[in-house]
Design a protein around this ligand. Sequence first.
Ligand SMILES: Nc1ncnc2c1ncn2[C@@H]1O[C@H](COP(=O)(O)OP(=O)(O)OP(=O)(O)O)[C@@H](O)[C@H]1O
Length: 868
Amino acid sequence: MATLTEGTSLTPPPVERNSIPLALPTLPPLEPIDHEGNRLQAVPPVPQPPSQTESVSNEVVVEDLSPPTTGTPGGEGTLTDGVVASPSTQQQQQQKSGKPQVIVRIRPSPNVGNNLFDVDVETKTIQIRVDRETKSQDPKHRLHPSFIYFPADNVLENSSQEDTFNVVASEIVEKAMTGVPGMIVAVGPEVSGKTFSLFGLSGRYRNRGIIARSLEKMFEIKDRKKEETEFKFGMGIIEVRRERIRDLLTLGPYEINDVGDRGPKGMYIEEVDCLEHGLGLLLRALIGQKLIHQEPFERFHTIVYMDIVAVSPSSPDLVQFYSRITFAEIASAPDQKSDLFPSSSGTPMSTDNCAPPPPPKIETKFKTKQGVFPSRRCCNPGYTSGPLAESIAVRRDTFALEQIFLKANEMQKVKKYFAKLEELGLAMIASEKRRYTTGHNVRQNKLAHCLKDILDGITEIRILLHVRPDKAYLRSSLEAMRFAERARLVPANLNGGTSKRGLLQGRNEDQILQEVITNIAPELMNAATVESLSSEKMRMIQEQAVTYFENNIDSMKVCSKEKVKLMFENFRVLWNFLWELELNVSLRKAQEDMKLALAAQASSAAWSAADDDDDRQRNASNMNLANKKSTMRRIKKEKERERSKKKKEKKQRESMEFKAAEEGKRPSGQMNGEGAPQAEGGEARKASGSGGSGKGEEKRKSLNGTQEENQDGAQVNFSTTNVNAPFPGESPPPTEPPGGGVVGGEQEQKRESVVTPVTVIERHSSTVKGLGGNIPDAVVGVEAAVVVTAPAKSGIVEQEGGTSAVVVVEEGAENESKAGGEEERAANAAKLEQQISTNFEEMKKIARRQAFHLLRAGVKRPQWMSLF
Ligand SMILES: Nc1ncnc2c1ncn2[C@@H]1O[C@H](COP(=O)(O)OP(=O)(O)OP(=O)(O)O)[C@@H](O)[C@H]1O
C-alpha cells in the first residue's frame, strides 16, 4: 500500500457516513481476568450515584480478594522508595504552574475502602497499603504494613463517563478550540478501564468515551462560533506496537517509520465533517485493531490525533490558528501472574504463538579485572514474540517516556542553573557547559516520539491514571502511579512556549504581518517617487517595520516552529521588497546622475570645441593683424624714408638758398666768427633779429615753425632722454637743467610739447582690443587711458592709428562683478565704483607714467601688469 501523507486527498476507506449509527456497534467484549489468570464472568451492576445521569457499564469485575493484614498508616514514602510527600500543597502548586495534571479514576471495586485502596476525596489522595518484608524471625511480624499516598489533581471514584469527560477533557477541548493544544494520556494496569474511559463501551452510546464526547463538544463550539471562526477538524488514529507504527484508518501494515513535527509522517488524517463521521472513523479504527490483533497477549498503544484548524470565515486562506488534541492510551505490561506468561516451570502456557525461549547465548566479549561478563546481547531473553516480548516492549516504552519526563525536569534545573550563571556574568562558562546539557531523546522511542508534544510546554496535559484496586494489580497500579508522578515532573513552558507543531496561542503571525504591511505599505505606496523614496526615507520605513515587528512579536505566543519559519519568511519577503525598492530608487538616481554627468561632459566638450574655434579664429585674426602690422610698418618706414628724403632735399635746398643769400649779402669771414657758440649766436640772432625785418626773419620764423612741427621724431628721442618728465596735472620733478640753472621759459615749453601726446582720457567701461575685447573709440589715438574693463589686465594696445594706449583696469573687476547673486554683484559694482572714483586721478597719473615709460622703452607688444 502506498504511503499516505498528511493531508493527502486519499480516497477514504469505505465508510458510509450517512449510515453511521449514533451508537457504536458492538465490539467483541473484552474478557476480564483476575489476578490468578481466571477469565471472569460478567458481574452484577454496580449502583451509580443518583446524581449521575449516565451510568457506566455494569460489566465490572469484582475481585474477592482477602484483605491483607491490617495495620495503621505508617511511614510515608514515594512511589518508588515508599516515602510520599505531603499531598495537598504540592498538588495546588502544580495546578498553578501549568504542569501536567494527574486525575485518578478508580475502577469500581469492592476492595476500595477495605484498607487496601483508600481514597480521600477531600485531599484527593489515594492511600495504598503495601506490606513490606522485614527481617523479623517471627512470621507474624514478617510483613510490616506501610502506606503509600498518591496526591492527585482529581480523583474520580464511581464517576460516570460524562463526569469523567467534564473533569478530564472538557477544559482541554475548550482551550484547544482557542488554539491551545491538549493531550490526554490514559495509563493504568490491565483491564483498569483505559479503553473504557477514552473510547467508551462498545454498543452503548451513553457509555461513549472521552474522545466521542470531545468530538461532540468540538462540533458544538464550532456551531456556536461559526460567525467568528470557521473550524475544520481532522482525525488520525495510529497504533504503536513494539517500535512500529500502524495507521489504523488505513489499516495497513506497520509502515510508518518516522515521526515529524506534525506527528507520524505518512499518517492519514481524514477531515471530519460531522460528529457521526468522527464516530465512524473511531469505530473503524477500533474494529480494525481488534481484528488485526487476535492474540490476547498483544499489547499496543493507541493514539488518536484530533486536529483543529481555525480559519477566518471571510478569508478562508487566512488561518487563525492550528491546534490539536492528542488522546493516548498507553498499554500496560501484563502482570507476571497472568496466564499469558509461562508457568513457574518455565514453559509458556500458550504454545501456539509463544515460541519457547532459546537457550541464552553467552558471549565472553567483555573481560574485566573483576571477571568475564557477557555482552549485552545475552540480556535479550530471546523472546521475539509472545507475552514476554510484548511485556518487555511495553515496559521499554513506558520507561523511555519516564526517562524523558525526568530529563525534562533535569533540563529545567540545568536551564535555571545556566540562567543564574549568566546572571552572574559567567556567560562563557554557561555557553561551554550548555553542550553537556541533557537532551530529550524522544527519537529513541517511537511512542515517545509520537507523544513528544508532551514536552513542548504549551500543551495542556492530563494524565488519566486508572487504578484497579485489586491486590493482584497492585504492582502494575504502582507502576502506573510512578509513570504519572514522573509525567507530572515535566515543567510547564519547558521550551519557552515553542512547539514544533503548527499550534498558536494568542494573535498569530498572519495578523501581525498583516498589521505590519497595512501600517507600512501605504507609506511605501504613497512614497513611490524618486524624491520621496530617498535612502533616508527607506531606512526610516525599514526601521519602522522592524520596530513594529519586534514590538508585536512578544505579544505572540508562537508555539510552532513552522509558523515561526513562515513568519520570518514572510517578513524576509517584505524586507526584500523594501530593499528592492531602495535599490531601484538608488539605481534610478544613479542613472540620472550618469545622464547629468554625460550631459555635462558633452557640454564641456562643446565648450572646448567652441574655445578651439575661438582660438583658431583668434590665431587667424592675430595672423591677419600681424600681416597688417608688418604692412603698416613697411608703409610707415617708406613714408618716413620719403619724409626724411624730402627733409634732406628741403634742407639742402634751404641751405643752398641760405648759402646763396649769405654769399650774396654777407662776407664769408663774419660767418665763420659767429659760428662757434651756436646757441648764444642763435639767441643773439634772436635778440638782434627781433627788430629785424624782411625775408630772413620770416624764413627764420618759418624754420622755427618747421622745427616745432617736426618734433615727431625728436619726441621719441627726447622722451628716451627725459624719463622723469612731469605730466600734466602733476608737479614737475625737481630737475636741474644741463647748465645747472633753473629750467624755465622755452625749455619748459619744449617739455610740455613733448609730454602732450600722452593723453589720458576719461573712464570707459569696456574691453580693449588686444586684451580680449574691443577698443573704445575714445581710446583710439591716445597714448594712455583708464579703462574700466575686464579682465583685470593692463598693457599696451596697438592701434591702426599707430598710437599706443596704456590701459588701466580694475583688477578682478569682472570676477567680482560676476560672482555671487544679484545683491553680491551690485555690492561689488558699488565697491568698484567707489574705488575708481577715489583713485581715478591717481590712476590717470599712473597710466600716463606707464605710457611714457613704455613708449620710451619702445615696447610695442602688450605687457600685462597689475596696477592695483
Ligand atoms: N469505571 C468503570 N466503570 C465500569 N466499568 C468499567 C470501568 N472501568 C473499566 N470497566 C470495565 O472494565 C473492562 C475493561 O476495561 P478496559 O478494556 O477499558 O480496560 P483496559 O485498561 O483498556 O484494558 P487493557 O489494558 O487490556 O486494554 C471493560 O469491560 C469495562 O466495562
